[in-house]
Design a protein around this ligand. Structure first.
Ligand code: NAD
Length: 260
């Protein structure tokens, strides 16, 4: 699984998302993160085709939406996503949110799709430790990924440690705090210190913590710049400084109180 991917939440279906995917693939991204609820899978599929990059070299991720959870409906939702993407397999399929009373049946469907080799890897998103422990008590396969809101204001180190211990790859959504990261003075001074952009500093921090990250942009220059994070290293003291900004602040919904 490539450590850096392109997020496409709120990239409009059609030209906007198709171009974003094409530009990302041109710039060397090999991982695209979409979901059926983003309503842009068709445009993502077009971008993949038009890029000319070999399908086998791209890691494509989608997610089953809450209203589709349950065994049979998840399998139908998966097939519908594939059709919209114009692909014959996915690299990773995720349970988007832990819908109470349903996520275990949804997980069984993902296990089936995995065994049928329709998907190369299966995982979850927005699962807190309680959800994971509950799922693990009956799962045949341990989720391979947990995609969570993650940025300097929401680190959840205990959950990261739990995932690492259980060989569940931690992945960051909203790594740029949905744009709020650019307001932080400490980020401005760190960017000046390393002669890098704020986005590059925070994304590099993700990498150094072993966390997969999927920043979203639909602008060519930003997509390019956000990928330029493999040629420098943050000092350990700066990694710690960013860790210490943690204040449990979410910009997205709380998985424990999400109104499904
Ligand atoms: P993000 O933290 O990636 O921030 C995106 C915002 O930052 C956009 O407004 C963008 O224009 C801006 N931006 C990007 N690069 C910039 C740059 N270099 N300079 C200035 N501004 C820049 O927010 P996100 O989209 O919420 O999260 C990333 C991805 O994570 C999504 O696109 C989606 O694929 C995924 N996601 C998953 C879930 C989930 O429940 N699993 C939830 C939210 C998002």
């Amino acid at each position: 699984m490539p450590y850096l991917g392109l997020g496409v939440y709120l990239s409009e279906d059609g030209k906007e998302v198709t171009n974003a995917v094409k530009w990302a693939l041109e710039e060397g991204y090999r991982h695209i993160d979409t979901a059926s609820i983003y309503e842009n899978e068709e445009g993502v599929g077009k971008g993949i085709k038009e890029s000319g990059v070999d399908r086998k070299d791209i890691f494509v991720v989608s997610k089953v939406w809450n209203s589709d959870q349950g065994y049979g409906s998840t399998i139908n939702a998966f097939e519908a996503s594939l059709k919209r993407l114009n692909l014959d397999y996915l690299n990773l399929y995720l349970v988007h949110w832990p819908v109470k009373g349903k996520y275990k049946d949804t997980w069984r469907a993902l296990e089936y799709l995995y065994e049928q080799k329709r998907v190369r890897a299966i995982g979850v998103s927005n699962f807190m430790q309680d959800h994971l422990e509950d799922l693990l008590s009956s799962a045949k396969y341990v989720p391979m990924v947990n995609q969570m809101e993650f940025h300097p204001y929401l680190v959840q180190q205990k959950l990261i440690d739990f995932c690492n211990k259980n060989t569940i790859q931690y992945e960051a959504w909203s790594p740029l705090m949905q744009g709020h990261i650019f307001e932080l003075d400490i980020m401005k001074s760190m960017a000046a210190k390393y002669h890098k952009t704020i986005a590059q500093i925070v994304l590099r921090w993700n990498l150094q913590k072993g966390i997969v990250t999927i920043p979203k942009s639909s602008k060519k220059e930003r997509i390019k710049a956000n990928a330029d994070i493999f040629n420098f290293e943050l000092a350990q003291e700066d990694v710690k400084k960013l860790d210490q900004l943690d204040r449990g602040k979410r910009f997205g919904p709380d998985p424990n109180n999400f109104d499904f």
